[in-house]
Design a protein around this ligand. Structure first.
Ligand SMILES: *[C@@H]1O[C@H](CO)[C@@H](O)[C@H](O)[C@H]1NC(C)=O
Ligand SMILES: *[C@@H]1O[C@H](CO)[C@@H](O)[C@H](O)[C@H]1NC(C)=O
Ligand SMILES: *[C@@H]1O[C@H](CO)[C@@H](O)[C@H](O)[C@H]1NC(C)=O
Ligand SMILES: *[C@@H]1O[C@H](CO)[C@@H](O)[C@H](O)[C@H]1NC(C)=O
Length: 641
């Protein structure tokens, strides 16, 4: 029984993988299919099939850096997903279920977005392997061999078979293991995908399974209610619900639960509860880098994914603003520039990255902290999990309105996309920009027929303008965060300019964090690097220790903050971009040295409140947070004059 329940959880998590593959590979064959009226409420916005939105410019380069780094090489050497381990090995199943599905979920879109045939053949092999081992009861396990056919013919029946089994188990009270009960929403979203696109006459069992999952799962509407929500570190509080509901990653996934159930409860209170939960999470646990504090750094990445889904169902621009901040700040800050080493825990004020024996969690390496064996269960999350952020962000950058009359650009950055709108209106869009390292975006649209192009104007923009076909620029006047622009048939160019003021965020102990536009700025502490270990098969997968070689004990005068926009040589950003000294943007500020102690070897104490200057003021340069690996991101303040 134990084995069965854990298989249920694992297979549910493997479904995340299936969903990607179906969405990527199959849906791309089915562009333009419109969900039938099935009793599920429509989302506000419809996502485009994977591959319809491609990265261009610096963002394509960033995805290439990821493919050329640790993410793209895991299949060659990394124990948990290397092919030699899942074909035939005894440990195959335990590796496959958790590690495999995470890896798959990141690498399917990476392979498609880069049109990388090596990665695509690795993910196809993996899919075949999983499907070939679904047994006769429906388990996606190692026991059975299934007939070969095209992907659609293989995957959809396999899913329906699994749904029938899951449904009967749920009715018998089986398969309800603690993790399953927190992460049920991911399974619901897969069921809705089947319902929308391949119901195959199974509407009733699909709907019943969705309802059973909500009914037997953790009650997210209550976890996210103001009265129950943890408003401080959870170790000092008692959770009225199952303890896993306060796990950082589960909370991020739980944010999707209520928008997913809204589609069948049609209960506005589900959407309101999700929106409130989002606000509470960031109000009480938020960080200036965009993420919230949690016990797993991947909360950041999970929030990227959850945020896109919330935006698509609810349409509130706050979700999209937050996703952009996480992607352009917290995500790159937690990896080395070349993306060969990642952290487990990221600190807002991070003055060293060292082995503290234990913990090992802020070292940049192959697998700091996790995988680890906890209560004799091996947790494999993080090395296999980290590649999901960039491709998911890119794939969700454009959506269409539910009536498919309009294309909506949700995220700002360099992309190209094509979509067929209602009435067969074929539209292609190319966005040429260095954003977030520039305020200017040049958008080229080609349309078969006139339509309204909508583009998100972030809440931080002041004095934004748009100009169509070189005519006089007009002030942006967004409605619910979107600027609609009427585009005629044929070719149109739109020049967007989205400036922003420097803004201050109040942080604990009277300290401040600095933002301008989507970017958060920090002092980039100069560092030396020492290699702690290297993987025997793949020496580029190294664990790195960083030691500060410059002062970081400063107070700043916020009245002297000045933004400097540089233009990179040749109009192109360097590759990679997210490392020290590479950003064309900077903020300067008058600062003075202060006394500020370490807590132990590697942590700062809290920023001192109203510290005294211990030396003359100096002009300090702050850099985008994502380019810093050692940093101060929350400063004490002083008055320069
Ligand atoms: C993808 O790459 C293949 C070769 O591997 C090529 O034939 C195909 O045209 C490429 N597709 C796109 C959309 O670039
Ligand atoms: C809607 O949600 C509220 C709050 O969770 C609940 O009390 C109510 O019963 C729900 N209504 C329906 C029709 O599901
Ligand atoms: C955008 O267009 C303007 C005006 O045509 C041009 O000066 C600028 O270089 C373009 N910028 C980018 C990033 O393409
Ligand atoms: C600080 O340095 C920047 C960049 O060199 C310069 O533009 C700015 O004027 C300086 N500020 C002060 C107050 O000296």
């Amino acid at each position: 029984m134990n084995q069965v329940t854990s298989m249920f959880r694992d297979t549910t998590s493997a479904f995340m993988g299936y969903r990607s593959v179906i969405v990527s590979t199959l849906l791309s064959l089915l562009v333009g299919i419109v969900p039938q009226d099935t009793g599920l409420a429509p989302k506000k916005f419809l996502s485009l099939p994977l591959g319809a939105v491609k990265p261009t410019g610096w963002l394509r380069d960033q995805l290439l850096v990821q493919a050329n780094g640790l993410a793209g090489h895991e299949h060659d050497f990394y124990d948990y997903v290397a092919q030699s381990d899942w074909i035939g090995g005894d440990s195959y199943y335990s590796n496959l279920e958790e590690a495999g599905s995470y890896w798959f979920n990141g690498m399917v879109p990476t392979g498609v977005l880069l049109n990388d045939s090596t990665i695509q053949s690795q993910t196809l092999q993996f899919l075949d392997y999983v499907l070939d081992h679904q047994d006769s009861t429906g388990w996606l396990g190692p026991e059975m061999v299934e007939a070969d056919a095209t992907l659609a013919e293989k995957v959809v029946p396999a899913l329906h078979k699994f749904v029938a089994l899951a449904n009967s188990m749920l009715h018998e009270g089986q398969g309800l293991e603690d993790w399953t009960k927190t992460r049920w929403e991911d399974f619901v979203i897969v069921l809705q995908w089947l319902y929308d696109f391949y119901p195959d006459g199974q509407e009733d069992v699909l709907m019943d399974t969705m309802k059973m999952l909500k009914w037997t799962g953790d009650p997210w509407e209550q976890v996210f209610a103001e009265a129950n929500f943890p408003k401080g570190p959870v170790e000092h509080l008692s959770n009225p619900f199952p303890v896993l509901t306060w796990h950082g990653v589960n909370m991020a996934e739980g944010l999707k639960a209520l928008p997913s159930t809204f589609r069948y409860t049609h209960n506005q209170s589900d959407l309101d509860a999700a929106s409130l939960g989002w606000d509470l999470l960031f109000r009480y646990h938020g960080r200036p880098s965009g993420i919230y504090a949690a016990d797993e750094y991947l909360a950041g990445l999970e929030a990227v994914r959850g945020g896109s889904y919330l935006y698509q169902v609810i349409g509130d621009p706050k979700f999209a603003d937050r996703v952009e901040r996480i992607t352009y700040n917290a995500l790159p800050a937690t990896l080395t520039g070349d993306m060969w080493s990642r952290q487990y825990l990221q600190q807002q004020n991070q003055v060293a990255a060292k082995n503290m024996t234990p913990p090992y969690s802020n070292v940049f390496g192959l697998e700091p902290n996790y995988p680890a064996s906890i209560d004799s269960v091996v947790r494999r999350c993080c090395t296999v999990n980290h590649p999901q952020g960039w491709p998911k962000f890119i794939s969700n950058a454009f959506v269409t309105t539910a009536d498919q009359q309009s294309v909506v650009q949700v995220y700002l950055g360099p992309f190209s996309t094509s979509a067929t709108l209602a009435g067969g209106n074929k539209v292609t869009v190319t966005v040429d920009t260095l954003y977030p390292f520039s305020d200017a975006l040049n958008i080229s649209v080609n349309a078969g027929k006139s339509f309204t192009y909508s583009v998100r104007i972030p809440s931080w923009v002041t004095g934004g303008t748009f100009a169509v076909n070189g005519e006089q620029a007009k002030p942006a006047a967004p409605s619910n965060g979107l600027q609609g622009i009427l585009v005629p048939d044929g070719a149109t160019t739109i020049n967007l300019n989205l400036p922003a003021q420097i803004s201050l965020e109040s942080r604990p102990h009277g300290s401040v964090a600095i933002h301008r536009g989507p970017l958060h700025y920090a002092l980039d502490i100069p560092r030396t690097q020492r290699i702690l270990t290297q993987n025997a098969q793949e020496p580029r997968a190294a664990d790195l220790q960083f030691t500060a070689t410059g002062n970081w004990q400063y107070a700043i005068d916020p009245d002297t903050l000045t933004f400097h926009a540089g233009t990179p040589t040749g109009g192109r950003l360097p590759s990679p971009i997210f490392d020290s000294g590479l950003s064309p943007l900077a903020i300067t500020v008058m600062a003075c040295p202060i006394d500020w102690d370490l807590a132990g070897d590697t942590f700062t104490t809290s920023p001192p409140t109203t510290p005294a200057c211990t030396g003359p003021a100096t002009n300090l340069t702050l850099s985008p947070f994502g380019t810093t690996k050692l940093r101060i991101g929350e400063f004490p303040t002083f008055k320069a004059s």
